[in-house]
Design a binder for this molecule. Structure first.
Ligand SMILES: [Zn+2]
Ligand SMILES: [Zn+2]
Length: 302
């Protein structure tokens, strides 16, 4: 990783955090209004789903098929989450699946940087200044490298970061009655503070969801399901289910495992915007259960 890249990532971590502190200080004197919060919620959903539905389930795992305009829409929405260009994100994440919790995993809390809290911190943020963007694009994301549109979107990542900040600024300007102060307030909340919250929601999947939580499938890694993160991560915190069935469009596999991204994919399928949605039958899930594996009779020797 180059020094420029390292500092750029550090900036992407620190600037939204400083913005959060500034927002709290300013909040002391003047409460945040409905306009800022509504645009913040809208931008959080758009860019968060850009990561979960777009970057993750569609681009990384091919959990469903879509026409190019739909693919590009989600790739742009994902770019606006400020988590790196689509091709780099996909390559890193496929490498995570190829080497989960072993040597070569770009962000495991269990290898590379020690264990315990130190490992947890590395998997959450530390990896961004060490291993982020190092997965070879050609090796891990050849399909995206061959796609001209996807290359263009990845190359223009910084432009989409700008758009991600400009939209709240412009909406705030108009909705506050063409006020520059209103625009700046909205930029702070729906731009920087929103990026801060979504960053930490996504990074929690790398850290918390390989550290605390429940497991039920017989798989080798240390991934976990974490119920309290299900809503802010749009269903991605059923991460143990995801490692058991990476291609599944649904990561919440039980009725009560709320998975907003799966609901969005379902809706797109009903509207005929996407097709070939990968789903895992109850039988296949049953076969992989820890209890089912343990119940198998041991092979008889001789
Ligand atoms: Zn994982
Ligand atoms: Zn994945």
């Amino acid at each position: 990783m180059s020094t420029i890249q390292r500092y750029a990532n550090l900036g992407a971590v620190v600037v939204p955090f400083l913005a959060l502190l500034l927002a709290i200080v300013l909040l002391w004197n003047r409460a945040v209004g409905a306009i800022e919060l509504s645009i913040m919620a809208f931008m959080y959903c758009l860019t968060g789903l850009g990561i979960t539905v777009g970057y993750h389930r569609m681009l990384t795992h091919k959990a469903f098929q879509a026409s190019k305009p739909i693919e590009y829409f989600w790739a742009i929405a994902g770019s606006m989450a400020v988590q790196g260009p689509a091709i780099a994100w996909v390559a890193d994440h496929r490498k995570h699946h190829a080497h989960t919790d072993e040597e070569g995993d770009p962000h495991s809390p269990h290898v590379g940087q020690g264990s315990g809290l130190k490992g947890l911190w590395f998997a959450h943020v530390g990896w961004l200044t060490k291993t982020q963007g190092e997965a070879a694009f050609r090796k891990y994301a050849p399909d995206l490298c061959d796609d001209k549109g996807m290359r263009w979107i990845s190359r223009n990542f910084l432009g989409f970061v700008g758009l991600s900040l400009f939209i709240p600024f412009a909406l705030g300007f108009v909705l506050h009655g063409f006020s520059l102060t209103g625009a700046l307030w909205t930029l702070l909340w729906a731009g920087f503070v929103r990026i801060f919250f979504l960053h930490h929601a996504t990074w929690s999947i790398n850290s918390v969801c390989h550290f605390f939580g429940q497991r039920r499938f017989d798989i080798e890694d240390r991934s976990t399901n974490v119920a309290w993160l299900a809503i802010p991560t749009f269903g991605e915190s059923w991460h143990h289910n995801h490692h058991a069935f990476p291609r599944s469009a649904e990561q919440g596999l039980k009725r009560w495992e709320i998975d907003i991204s799966a609901a969005v994919i379902d809706t797109m399928e009903r509207l005929k915007l996407v097709h070939t949605v990968v789903r895992i039958s109850p039988e296949r899930q049953q076969e992989k259960l820890l209890a089912a594996r343990k119940a198998e009779p041991a092979p008889v020797a001789g």
